[in-house]
Design a protein around this ligand. Sequence first.
Ligand SMILES: Cc1ncc(COP(=O)(O)O)c(C=O)c1O
Length: 360
Amino acid sequence: MKFIDINTEYKIFKKDIDFSLKKVINKSNFILGPEVKKLESKLKNFTGSKYCVTTSSGTDGLLLALKALNLKENDEVIIPDFAYVSPAEVAALLKLKIKFVDVDYDTFLIDPMKLKKKITKKTKVIIVVSLFGQCPDFSKIKDLIKNTGIILIEDAAQSFGAKYKNLNSCNIADISVTSFFPTKTLGSFGDGGAVFTNKKKIFQKIFFLRNHGQTKKKYIHNYVGLNARLDTIQAAILLVKINKIKKLLRLRNLKAKNYFSKLKDNKKIILPKIMKNNYSSFAQFTIKTRYRKKLINIFNYYKIPFTIYYPKVLSEQKPYKQKNINNVSKILSKHSISLPFSPWLNKKDQNRVIKAVNKL
Ligand SMILES: Cc1ncc(COP(=O)(O)O)c(C=O)c1O
């Protein structure tokens, strides 16, 4: 059994993917070929966002988003302490001052009450992370920053296809960034990502920065940019998969429902909580347990793959060390464990996982 089964997905869409790939290879249009624009157009349609720029990865998308904001050294950016490293990494690269905020135990998401206490006059950006496929409480967060000029960025690497009160993830914050890492809800065959915004000026800047700061004319560079383009080959694969995204999300939700119903009576674990009016893209199925060591032993014995997202909070990681007392984040790093999960998790394997968890 695979922790995330990406190979079956290829086999199921093989005919369309191979055809799409061959088309690119035959034309050798490898850099910013027509598939890239076509994909951006599909991504805009799906999310409802006005503008979209595909990128070489989600991390590069976050870097471009911050770079487009003309921030100064030591400008403050608030980031959840329990998250993947990318938001902290790009903020540190740009020499911004990071303030880590705690999250909510039930949802793993940024806690608006704790966020309120971290906002100061120096706060320029808040990056929320829609972790494990669920959006945070955007209404409360947006209320907190109304008329402050603070820019809200959604790290939507894990939430492509998710909804918050009928709004699509990637079209709620000022700027949103998703990832097409192979295991994501919309996954390519390598690295890739996309930035979304409804603000024309931000879009234009990101569009230029993605391609060496080159504006209209080739080899004329008006900004210090990056090479952060999505490969045409990846776009060709994603063009096939985006047509299947609703089915992929439905399958994820079905598998999640099965875990919920078969694990609900286990008092030694806590199932993920999806907030009312949220539709999760279930990038992961992450449970919590005070008996994690014991569960890991059971999984090892029964050869059940698992992953710990994330074993250490960001404020305790070597390059980002700060004295933070984000206790909930720290507890989550000790209690969380993610179960095998993908749209293609078969019944037999899922039952094996359920049986093993219920041995706890
Ligand atoms: C929450 C989160 N943010 C950012 C990223 C970075 O995306 P990428 O791997 O495409 O750079 C990831 C991907 O692993 C992620 O899960």
